[in-house]
Design a protein around this ligand. Structure first.
Ligand SMILES: [Zn+2]
Ligand SMILES: [Zn+2]
Length: 230
């Protein structure tokens, strides 16, 4: 992903973020501000992706351009999700980027559904051209594609945590966000296996706006935090 599009940079000398654009250029930026800007990038790219679908459906964009631009928007959505998951681009390794590329390839270029039929952008484009998909269906599909970026970010976070031996987690509500009833139900204050916790933005009414987050920990810390053997 081209990180120049982001309005901040990590300053490795002082281990802090700095804004790179606008009136605040050069000033220090808090991690929270940086992550919330990145999350707004995802929202903007997701709306853009839906607009690309409408333009393609209306014939304002040809199939090739639609696929190319949608692919780029999805790359930025997944890249931004990874940045949020790793709490800054400085923590996203080359291996992580390679993993994102692989996720994108599988999901949008050579994926197969449970029925064994291929899916992804190419097939969606072809289905639109054959008149098999309505505009509303196309937009709904693109919205789900955008949402999958968040899940890739969560997957990356879990893998990084597992690699560091942190297989347990708690799930928390963001204090600065109005959450839905499902988020409250998914809250997990007593540690349990991370794989057993519902990932944020899944099965909740906030959807991609969900600001819930997981805190990963080792078995030792999970026991201290009240992990139950039951
Ligand atoms: Zn929610
Ligand atoms: Zn939530």
């Amino acid at each position: 992903m081209n990180l120049d599009a982001l309005p901040y940079k990590w300053d490795p000398n002082i281990q802090r973020f700095r804004w790179t654009n606008g009136a605040a250029a050069g000033k220090l930026a808090s991690e929270q501000a940086v992550l919330s800007v990145t999350s707004r990038v995802i929202d903007a790219e997701s709306s853009q992706l839906e607009q690309l679908g409408r333009d393609f459906f209306a014939g304002k964009l040809n199939a090739r351009e639609f696929q190319k631009q949608s692919g780029e928007a999805l790359r930025r959505i997944h890249g931004s999700s990874a940045i949020i998951a790793k709490r800054g681009p400085q923590n996203v390794t080359n291996e992580d980027w390679a993993q994102i590329t692989e996720i994108l390839k599988r999901q949008f270029y050579k994926g197969r559904g449970v029925n064994g039929r291929p899916y992804g952008l190419k097939h969606l484009t072809a289905d639109v051209e054959k008149g098999k998909v309505s505009e509303a269906q196309l937009v709904a599909r693109l919205r789900m594609y955008a949402k999958s970026g968040r899940l890739s970010g969560d997957l990356m976070q879990r893998r990084a945590a597992a690699a560091a031996g942190k297989l347990y987690a708690t799930r928390h509500l963001s204090p600065s966000h109005v959450h839905c009833a499902s988020c409250l139900a998914h809250q997990q204050l007593t540690p349990r296996l991370a794989s057993e916790i519902t990932p944020p933005a899944t099965n909740c009414e906030c959807r991609t706006n969900c600001k819930c987050y997981l805190l990963f920990m080792s078995l030792e810390d999970a026991i201290k935090g009240g992990l139950s053997a039951a």
